[in-house]
Each structure stands twice: as C-alpha cells, then as structure tokens.
Design a protein around this ligand. Structure first.
Ligand code: ZN
Length: 380
C-alpha cells in the first residue's frame, strides 16, 4: 500500500510505502492532497459509540465494536479506562477487557494497557467529579494487586489523590512496578503535590478538571502542577472542560513536550445528543457536545473525538498543527515507553496512520498496515 500526504512536522509532501503491516519507506513527492499523521494514542477512554468499558455487562463483541468505531476518529491505540467503583465491579470490568483482548485481535492491538482512574481519589465534591462518593477510598496496595491480577498485569496508569494517608508509599511501590502514577481528582495541598512528585508521580490527569469550582487564587494544586516540570499533563480540549484562554495558558506553562491530549470519552461519545444511562449514572449530551450530570454544573466525561481535540488545540492555543498532533501521538507514546513502535511515522514502525483533510476531519485510518476506515467521498 502507498499513501501520500503532507507530513505535519516538516510540512513536506511524502509517500509512505507500507508492506506486511509496517512502514518500509518515506519518500518525498511533489505535492499531496491531505495531511498524514501517526495513529492517535488516547490515554483516557471510558467507552465509545454507546459501549461502556465501565459496565461488566458489556459484551466482548461490543468492546471490539467500540475499538472499530474509534478508528473513524483516528485513534489506533488507547488505554481503556475504568473509573471508581466497588472492588467487585472494578475486577469484573478489567476481566471483561482482558477477555475482549483475548478474543478480538483488534482489541489486543489497540490496547497499550489500562488506565485505572480512581478509586483512590478525593471524596470531596468538585475534585471527585462524577465519580461515586461511596466508592472513593484510600490507597490499598493489596487491593490494587488484586485488580492488577484481574487485569493480567496490564494496568499501566493509575490516577489517584496523593493527600490520602499511605499514598506516598503506594506511589513508590507502583512506580517500582513500572506503573505511571498520575495525580488527579485531588484536593492536595501544594506540598502534597511536591511530595508525590518526590516519590515518582509523573503525570497530571485532565489538569484543571476534577477540581473545586472555586479555589484560592494561589497557592493551589493547579499552579503547583503547572509549574512542576516533572509532570506531564493531560488536557481535555473539547471546548467545555477548559475555556480557550485556559487551554492556551496551560499549554504554554506545561510546554509542548509535556502536554498530552486525551478525550476522556464516555460511552455516549459518538452518539447523538440526549440522555443516557450507564450503570448508576445518568448523563446528558447537549447539542453542543457538552456531557454533564443533569441538573448539576458538573461535567461527566466528554464526547469529543481526538481529531476534534487536535483541531481545538490549534484554534485555542498557539500550538501548531504539528505540535497538537505530537500531543496526541509522540508525547503519550514517550510517557508510555512505546516510542520505539508508536507515535511517529518512520520506516520500520508498525503502519498506524491517519489521513486528515484540511479541516482536520479523518479521511482514512490505517491500523497495522490495513485500511480500517475510509470515507467513500475521498480518493487517496
Ligand atoms: Zn476524571
């Protein structure tokens, strides 16, 4: 297979040669009709297209369907994300995701690990976000090990609140097990943020969200995390979670190399506006694409798609297209330690490629050397 397009970093037109699932060469060509980008990597996906990864009743076929539908958004790799719940619930969700990866090669290929967001988070309204209060609890290493068993050792990222007693010892052990520890859904003091960094926390999850509606202007946990060069930070750039001016300032403060775009997509992402029931949670998707808990000001995940998050990032901030794509490809790949395979278009890498038009809609997606999505109105 041959694909040609403008390469965002260099703005050169190139032709990619793909054989046996891998990129074999990149050759300059005179001109091209579309943009080429590496397959997008989303570190926070709770579900998509009506499929909820947080419901143990979701079938493995439905999980595979969600992965296939994500191809239309340019996402070729992700961390399926399981949020706060009872131990039994979390165990069942991970067992289900593992089973889906066993049964469906496309799920195995797409899954770079799992993200456990909670349950060791703040119980306070605001920082807790839409996570159920009844199940927010202090870190417990033995419980985590049982969850890791259910996930067959594939939990790669855990988001927690470092202010819990015992959190620092927990972070140290997790980091020793090569698990990325992210701070999020936290009401920590700046000192508690620094302490967590000192024992190995390396990320902030959806910085600026999962926080109090009102905060001391300074010092507070947002400034402390923005200032910490040890921390990568993920951002939900859907136009609802963070106002454009905040996106611009946060990305400048964090710098391109440490910024990561996530969708935090919930099952209702990729579905029409309306009310949806997922487990105990009722959410509303407005015609503007805002996902909230009905009757409250609280957001409950997002419905943004990664190509839209990239377009919003270019629109809201002074990031170039190349930089915005980097935040959804090379940066998550680097943090996950998979840069040798993912996040860049280069000879010898698996052929995971997204083709975008001039308005950054996904025209086609190639995953493992196969064209898995293509809009019929386009010729490549
Ligand atoms: Zn969250």
């Amino acid at each position: 297979m041959k694909l040609s397009g403008w390469l965002a970093p260099s703005h050169n037109a190139i032709e990619l040669q793909i054989e046996a699932g891998a990129i074999t060469s990149l050759e300059p060509v005179a001109t091209a009709a579309h943009w080429l980008a590496p397959g997008f990597i989303d570190m926070q996906v709770n579900g998509f297209g009506g499929v909820d990864f947080n419901d143990p009743a979701t079938t493995t076929e439905q999980i595979a369907q969600a992965i296939r539908r994500l191809w239309a958004t340019g996402v070729t790799h992700l961390l399926p994300t399981v949020i706060t719940g009872s131990h039994e619930h979390l165990t069942a969700c991970f067992a289900n995701l593992v089973k889906a990866a066993d049964e469906f090669p496309e799920v195995a290929y797409a899954t770079l690990g799992f993200h456990l967001e909670g349950p060791f988070i703040s119980t306070e309204d605001g920082p807790r976000g839409a996570h159920p209060r009844a199940h927010a609890r202090p870190p417990d290493w033995n419980e985590f090990m049982r969850l890791q068993d259910a996930a067959r050792g594939r939990i790669r990222l855990i988001t927690l609140a470092p202010e819990w007693e015992g959190a620092l010892a927990f972070i140290e052990r997790a980091v020793a097990e090569k698990i990325i520890v992210a701070l999020g859904h936290t009401a920590a003091t700046p000192q508690q943020i620094r302490d967590a960094i000192s024992v190995g926390a390396t990320m902030s999850t959806h910085l600026g969200n999962g926080s109090h509606a009102q905060l001391a202007r300074h010092p507070n946990y947002i400034w402390e995390q923005l200032a910490a060069d040890e921390l990568h930070a993920s951002f939900i750039v859907d136009g609802h979670h963070l106002p454009p001016a905040v996106v611009k300032c946060f990305l400048r403060a964090k710098g391109v190399a440490r910024s990561i775009l996530v969708t935090d997509a919930i099952a209702a992402a990729g579905c029409p506006p309306g009310r949806y029931q997922f487990g105990d949670l009722t959410v509303e998707v407005t015609p503007q694409g805002r996902v909230c808990l009905p009757g409250t000001p609280y957001l409950a995940g997002s419905a943004v798609q990664m190509h839209e998050a990239i377009a919003n990032t270019v629109k809201f901030s002074d990031a170039t297209l190349s930089e915005a794509i980097q935040m959804a490809t090379a940066n998550p790949a680097a943090l996950l330690g998979v840069s040798d395979k993912h996040g860049e278009l280069a000879a010898g890498r698996p052929a995971d490629v997204v083709i975008l038009n001039e308005t950054l809609e996904v025209v086609a997606t190639v995953c493992g050397g196969k064209m898995v999505f293509k809009r019929i109105e386009y010729t490549l």
